[in-house]
Design a binder for this molecule. Structure first.
Ligand SMILES: Cc1cc2nc3c(=O)[nH]c(=O)nc-3n(C[C@H](O)[C@H](O)[C@H](O)COP(=O)(O)OP(=O)(O)OC[C@H]3O[C@@H](n4cnc5c(N)ncnc54)[C@H](O)[C@@H]3O)c2cc1C
Length: 447
């Protein structure tokens, strides 16, 4: 196959959505791509880049992927991330990933009491959590003056995408449209781009997982009154029957991020997946929990309630070199492995590397790049979705064969992380580049 789709003008790529995924991709393309070959432009529905006022934790794989996107992103993250405390584990220096406690009285004889320590999970990750909005701000600062560089448009809600011989027309809710060579959907779990990619095929609707979560921040001085000094230092996982809590300090230890998961629930709020909640709602749902938990929940500032939805496994993340999906729009998961945003960052590292490999403005190469990305990313990201659900059941004492057997809970807590944490992102990118070149060779051999 020759360069049938080659042209002298750069390939125009529309990135739909400017969350952590879309911005990571834009930064990656600016770092790895040749501007004479690839011209990205990000279209965001909102009037400005915005993230919610809550924390996000990054695992070691995500931190390495930031470096692969752009060392400047890694450096910016390093400036704002809270550090994990260190511990000596059998003569080896490790970082404490999570301290795990019981959140309520155990049921049955010999069970743990509320606030008994269940275990500690260690890893090699020095840097962890950030405030989402602060992280997003740091990403935006890394963009060249975006208006001058014509990189970003706000108030652009994508409503439709049409593929034709001249390219792809993207329509927006303000009545405007753009013709581009390809569209990359980074528009989150309710993605419009995903629906268009799978038009006429099986529809991939997000499913309610039966869980919701209260999310809010608490000033650290108040939080330590409820949970003790450990709250200011550690990532804490608090287990219970039919629910669990995760807390961690952000903003250099000034604020506690609190997420309280409640299981076996309905979601009567229709298409609104984030709704305002009150402290009273949270206290009602957690009325059987121990006093420190109730005290903590009573301190939540302006809590929201998040319905937790995840996606069934998509058959593909790409269509003919014209549409590609990244982040939550491709593989939204529950947050029990703290890996969703990290997966979006890994996606961006791989996709920007394969796009950077395109040396002439040639649509055929876009097809190869997207196919290579799809080949290396789909299994890993979909594994996160299924494993994350299982992890949630473990934390709620509902995992079959484990239940509330604390020995088994303890044993399982430290396992099943390595496949996420240990990803060698450079090898992963090389694998994608290998596939891209392989399909190139096969293409050249074809009549
Ligand atoms: C309670 C909770 C806790 C979590 N904790 C963690 C954690 O600790 N660590 C972790 O790694 N992950 C965590 N996650 C997951 C993480 O938040 C997501 O995986 C991540 O934010 C996804 O990023 P994204 O850019 O793909 O999508 P989003 O953040 O949803 O961004 C999508 C963007 O697209 C825009 N948009 C939407 N539709 C359109 C359209 N039609 N046209 C144009 N723009 C559009 C939106 O305005 C938005 O800016 C958590 C999730 C939840 C719910």
């Amino acid at each position: 196959m020759g360069d049938a789709g080659a042209s002298k003008t750069p390939l125009k790529i529309a990135i739909i959505g400017g969350g952590i995924g879309g911005l990571s991709l834009l930064l990656g393309i600016l770092n790895h791509g040749d501007p004479r070959v690839i011209q990205p432009h990000l279209y965001e529905a909102a009037l400005a880049f915005a993230e919610i006022g809550a924390g996000v934790g990054f695992l070691p794989n995500a931190v390495r992927a930031m470096y692969a996107i752009d060392p400047k992103l890694h450096e910016a993250y390093g400036r704002i991330a809270d550090e994990a405390p260190r511990a000596d584990v059998n003569g080896q220096q490790k970082y404490v990933f999570s301290k795990v406690y019981m959140g309520m009285e155990g049921r049955g004889s010999g069970m743990a009491k509320a606030f008994d320590e269940i275990g500690t999970v260690y890893n090699d990750n020095k840097l962890r959590n950030v405030h989402r909005a602060v992280f997003l701000d740091e990403m935006v600062k890394l963009l060249p003056n975006s208006l001058e560089a014509d990189l970003v448009s706000f108030g652009k809600r994508c409503t439709d995408i049409r593929i034709h011989d001249a390219g792809v027309t993207v329509a927006f809710s303000d009545g405007t449209s753009e013709i581009v060579d390809a569209v990359i959907g980074c528009d989150g779990v309710k993605s419009v781009v995903r629906n268009i990619l799978h038009q006429g095929q099986e529809k991939y609707e997000p499913c309610f997982t039966g869980n919701y979560a209260y999310r809010g921040l608490v000033p650290i001085e108040d939080a330590t009154e409820a949970l003790g000094e450990i709250a200011a230092v550690h990532h804490i996982l608090i287990l219970g029957y039919g629910g669990h809590l995760v807390t961690f300090p952000i903003k250099q230890g000034k604020t506690l991020n609190v997420v309280a998961f409640h299981g076996r629930s309905d979601w009567p709020h229709g298409n609104s997946w984030v709704v305002r909640a009150t402290v009273e709602d949270a206290l009602e749902d957690f009325k059987d929990w121990s006093e420190p938990i109730k005290k903590l929940l009573s301190l939540l500032q302006r809590p929201d309630k998040w319905g937790l939805f995840d996606l069934p496994p998509l058959k593909t993340y790409t269509l003919d070199g014209r549409i590609c999906l990244l982040g939550d729009c491709a593989h939204a998961s529950t947050p029990h492995q703290g890996a969703g945003a990290g997966m979006a960052i890994e996606d961006a590292a791989v996709l920007s590397r394969v796009l950077g490999e395109i040396k002439t403005p040639d649509r055929v190469q876009l097809t190869r790049a997207f196919a290579a990305y799809d080949a290396v990313r789909r299994d890993r990201t979909q594994k996160v979705v299924t494993r994350s659900r299982t992890r949630g059941m473990l934390y709620d004492f509902e995992l079959s064969g484990v239940g509330d057997d604390l020995e088994k809970v303890r044993d399982t807590l430290s396992t099943q992380w390595d496949w996420i944490w240990d990803l060698d992102i450079d090898a992963h990118c090389r694998e994608a580049l290998g596939i891209m070149h392989q399909t190139h060779m096969v293409g050249n051999d074809s009549p």
